[in-house]
Design a protein around this ligand. Sequence first.
Ligand SMILES: *[C@@H]1O[C@H](CO)[C@@H](O)[C@H](O)[C@H]1NC(C)=O
Ligand SMILES: *[C@@H]1O[C@H](CO)[C@@H](O)[C@H](O)[C@H]1NC(C)=O
Ligand SMILES: *[C@@H]1O[C@H](CO)[C@@H](O)[C@H](O)[C@H]1NC(C)=O
Length: 458
Amino acid sequence: MASAFFPLLLFLSILSLLFPFISSSNSPTTIPLSLFNTNPNQDFYQKLTHLASVSLARAHHIKNSQDSSVSKIPLYPHSYGGYSITLGFGTPPQKMSFIMDTGSSFVWFPCTKKYQCSKCPVSSQNIPTFVPKLSTSAKVVGCLNPKCSWIHPKTNPKSRCQDCQSPNTSNCKQVCPPYIILYGAGSTGGLGIVETLNLPNKKIPNFLVGCSLFSSQQPAGIAGFGRGISSLPNQLGAKKLSYCLVSHRFDDTSKSSMLVLDSSNEKSANLSYTPLLKNPVVARRNALLEYYYVGLRKITVGGQKVKIPYHYLTPNSKGDGGTIVDSGTTFTFLNHGIFEPVMSAFVNQVKGFSRTEKIEKLTGLRPCFNVSGHKTVSLPELKFHFKGGAEMALPLANYFSIVGEKDVICLTMVTDRDSGSELSTGPSIILGNFQMQNLFVEFDLKNEKFGFRQQVCK
Ligand SMILES: *[C@@H]1O[C@H](CO)[C@@H](O)[C@H](O)[C@H]1NC(C)=O
Ligand SMILES: *[C@@H]1O[C@H](CO)[C@@H](O)[C@H](O)[C@H]1NC(C)=O
Ligand SMILES: *[C@@H]1O[C@H](CO)[C@@H](O)[C@H](O)[C@H]1NC(C)=O
C-alpha cells in the first residue's frame, strides 16, 4: 500500500530559502495544511464507512482516556481523514509530515533507520524517518532536564532518575526514560530529544520532540496542538492558532490551506467568538486538560431548537460532558442522547424523500435519504449556538454528504450504538474536522476564546 500516501506539499522548504532567519520575530508563522488520506483507492462507501468507524474509534479513545500510568501520554489514533503539515527538524533540516491534532499535546516523528511500524498502512521501510545522526543539533533529553517532566509529569525526578541520587547532580548522565504512548488501537514509543525546529520565519532551538522507534497503526508522526505544555503552540509561545480547513474532496490530493501561529495581538476580522473553557475536573484525568472545550449551548435544525438534556452540555462533577473541538476527529461525535433528537429533527423535517436502510447499514451513517430523481434538494439548516451568543451555521456540505451514485445523501455525524455504552464518559460532543470545512477558526490562547467565520478555504 505504498502508493497510499498522498503527496504532501513541500512549500515549507521553498519558504525557508526565501525567508531569512529572523530570531525574535513577532510575525505570524504560516505552514501549509493539507488533507491526509492514506486510502485514496477506496470507493465512496468504503471511505464513508471507514471515516465513520475511525471517528467512532477516536471518540472511544478520547472519552476513555485516563492517565493511570506514569509513562503514558494521552495521544490519539488519527483518522485517515485528518490534515497534515510538513515541518523541518534538525540541522540541516529534515522534512517530515505530521498529522495536525488539536486533541493531543505531544509532537513525535518516526525516528532512526531502525524504526519499526507494525500494522501500518505503509510498510516500515516506506515511512520517512528522522535520522538524528545526520543532525548536528539533536540532543537526547537528560533525566534532570525539566522537559523530561513534560514527558513524565507524574514522577518526581528523584524516583525517575535513580542514577542521579548523589547530591552532586551535575554528573548525572542518565537519559530521560522512554515514553510509551497508548491509544485506542495502537501505540508508539521512543526517546525524547531536543531539536531545532525550522519554521518558515524562525528557528526554535531545543524543541522537545519524540523520536519514536516503534509504532503500530501510525502512517506518520503527530504534531500535538492541544493545550498541554509540550504542544507545538505552547513550545513556540504562540498566542493564537488559526486555520481554515480545505474541503474534504476525497479525490483532491493537491489542495492545501494555511495554518497560522501568531504571537502578535492583531485582531482578526469578522469572527464570532465564544470562550475557550477548561474542564474544572482534572484530578487523575490530566487528559481532559489538553482539550479545547467550548460552551455549546443549543443546536437548532431548521430553526427549531433540538431538546438536549442540559447535563450533556457542561462537564459534571466527574469531568464528563461538555463539547470539545478536535481537528483529529473526522465526523462529529454526539452522545446517543444528543444524536437521537438531532436525527429525529432531520427525519421529521425532511419531507418527500425516503430513508434508505441499506445504505445506512453499509456506511454506519444515519439518516440517509434517497434523493434519486431530484435536481435540487433543500435541507434544514444545522446551527450550533455557543456561550456568548456566537452562532455557527454550517454549510450544507459539512453535514450531509452525497453517497455513491449521487442518489443518496447521509448525515455525517456519528454516535455510539446504544445509550448504555462506555462512551458516556468524557466529552459529550466532539466537533470534528468534517464539520469545520470552509470555516476559518481561531484559537486565541492568550484571551482564551475560540473564534470562527465562514470562508472558502484555499
Ligand atoms: C560536581 O561535580 C563536578 C564534576 O565532577 C565538579 O566540577 C563540581 O565541582 C562538583 N560540585 C560540587 C558542589 O561538588
Ligand atoms: C468582513 O465583513 C465585511 C462585510 O461583510 C467584508 O466586506 C469583508 O471582506 C470581511 N472580511 C473578511 C476577512 O472576511
Ligand atoms: C432510490 O430510489 C430510486 C427510485 O425510486 C431507486 O431506483 C433506487 O434503487 C433507490 N436507491 C437506493 C440506494 O435505495
